[in-house]
Design a protein around this ligand. Structure first.
Ligand code: TYD
Ligand code: MG
Length: 455
């Protein structure tokens, strides 16, 4: 009866089926059904349920949840102002990006303040954790470690230690022995998450779960994992550069607009309080093909250098590469410049790079791309200490972008003398914002060419 040994799961909603289908009949997602071994039905591990009574909405106190600061401002900011007691947080990101390091540093800070923390690693031995911990610094006695994969054991320890914060590193390595399926399978992840969720809510333990991401960039396992937890954090960056961004893509206790910026150094993660200065360090002074663009990450303006290398092609059709930004967007900008300004770009290879390892996809980077390409093509430098931002449309028009005043202020703060920006936004700036910095409002890319001729 081999037929009965497997079941089919929808990776989007978790619905279970007896046979495969192209579309999930529950959530209507296509190609989301996968086969998984059928589990032996055994009693799932339990946390005693607490009985709650209905309460009138008006009687619920609307005071803010109790939050504990992690000792890392950048992490607190992303969490919405600190750790909320009894929440379940999923921390995901590529392998080697620094998830374990980040959580270990958080645990160290908490344990130093005598908050009991419990760190369970299913991936590394105690010795490996110790070696990493040595790089980070001293730990308080309130910090307990366990190298374990068996969720039954972990549950026993959790129930007896009752820490304020627990870290499960990672969910894909944990197994509930009651279930037949292997570690990392959909059944396991589903059951373990629902157990941790109950544990967090009933025992008021804040649980951080590390989750790996697949090649496509989503958390391995059912999409449902993201639906179940309170907060989903993504730790991203290029492992070849030290720069890391922590982003919340879901947060029941705060805004998803905040980002935290870190730098991976020899002694663990260092918080980067001034990301613009960090991104611009080592930037050449006034070179053709280089411009500073002001982008917005969440609610934070960050200055980045956009570089363009434009040279005659020796191929049948020119090469175009964009790093740190969207290639399609760059191609669009090149077409706009060719058509509206008559630049002969079809005979040129164009390479655009956002230096520093950041990925910028917001439309306000258009002006940076356009200016760097014009300057690179003409081999002319832009006026010194100039920052730029703005969205460029297909007609060559320069369109308004959100938070223009905030961007101008950031540029001025970092000592930029000139800011090239959409005219419609420039007209709306108040005197205070515009003082001390020369504002050049442009309404069309044609204005940019004139500007270059002036410099
Ligand atoms: P890690 O936290 O193990 O990543 P993850 O848990 O996301 O897989 O981080 C691993 C990388 O970080 C590893 O390549 C070494 C580097 N690292 C440092 O550069 N400095 C440090 O102090 C530490 C602890 C790690
Ligand atoms: Mg790890």
């Amino acid at each position: 009866m081999a037929k009965d040994k497997t079941v089919f799961f929808c990776t989007e909603c978790g619905a279970e089926f007896s046979k495969w289908a192209g579309q999930c009949s529950a959530c209507k997602a296509w190609n989301s059904i996968v086969e998984a071994p059928k589990e032996r039905k055994k009693s799932a591990p339990s946390v005693p349920f607490r009985k709650n009574d209905p309460v009138p909405l008006g009687k619920i106190s609307a005071e803010d949840e109790k939050r504990t600061e992690t000792g890392m401002k950048e992490l607190d900011r992303v969490l919405g102002g600190g750790i909320v007691a009894g929440s379940l947080v999923l921390a995901s990101g590529d392998p080697g990006i620094g998830k374990s390091t980040l959580l270990l540093q958080m645990c160290r800070n908490l344990s130093e303040r005598d908050i009991p923390v419990f760190y369970v690693s299913g991936e590394e031995s105690l010795r490996q954790v110790k070696l990493r911990a040595n790089r980070i610094g001293a730990f308080g006695d309130n910090m307990l470690f366990l190298a374990e994969n068996d969720m039954d054991n972990i549950r026993e320890h959790l129930m007896s230690i009752k820490p304020a914060v627990a870290v499960i590193d990672s969910i894909q390595t944990m197994v509930l022995p009651g279930l037949d399926s292997p570690a990392g399978s959909i059944t396991q992840i589903k059951e373990i998450t629902s157990f941790l969720l109950r544990l967090a809510k009933e025992e008021e333990i804040t649980v951080f779960v590390v989750g790996h991401v697949t090649k496509e960039g989503s958390v391995a396992g059912p999409r449902m994992l993201e639906h179940m937890v309170d907060t989903v954090l993504y730790f991203e960056g290029d492992t070849t550069t030290p720069y890391r961004i922590l982003r919340s893509v879901k947060n029941r206790f705060g805004s998803t607009n905040e980002i935290g910026v870190f730098s991976m150094e020899r002694n663990g993660l260092i918080e980067v309080e001034n990301p613009s200065a960090h991104m611009l360090s080592g930037m050449p002074e006034a070179e053709p093909g280089s411009i500073v663009a002001v982008t917005l990450e969440g609610t934070r303006p960050i200055l980045v250098e956009v570089q363009a290398l434009v040279c005659r092609t020796s191929f049948n059709f020119p090469r175009r590469t964009a790093q740190g930004t969207d290639t399609n967007r760059m191609n669009l900008m090149l077409a706009v410049l060719e058509k509206r300004l008559g630049l002969g770009l079809s005979g040129c290879d164009v390479y655009v790079n956002v230096a520093g390892g950041m990925k910028v996809t917001e439309p306000a980077i258009d002006m940076g791309i356009v200016l760097s390409v014009i300057s690179g093509y003409a081999n002319q430098t832009l006026p010194e200490k100039t920052a730029a931002f703005g969205e460029v449309g297909l007609i060559g028009e320069v369109r308004s972008v959100p938070q223009a005043a905030l961007r101008v202020k950031e540029a001025a703060k970092l000592g930029y003398h000139t800011c090239i920006m959409p005219k419609c936004d420039a007209d709306k700036l108040d005197k205070n914002t515009a003082s001390g910095i020369r504002i050049i409002g442009v309404s069309n890319v044609r204005d940019l060419k004139k500007l270059l001729a002036e410099s």
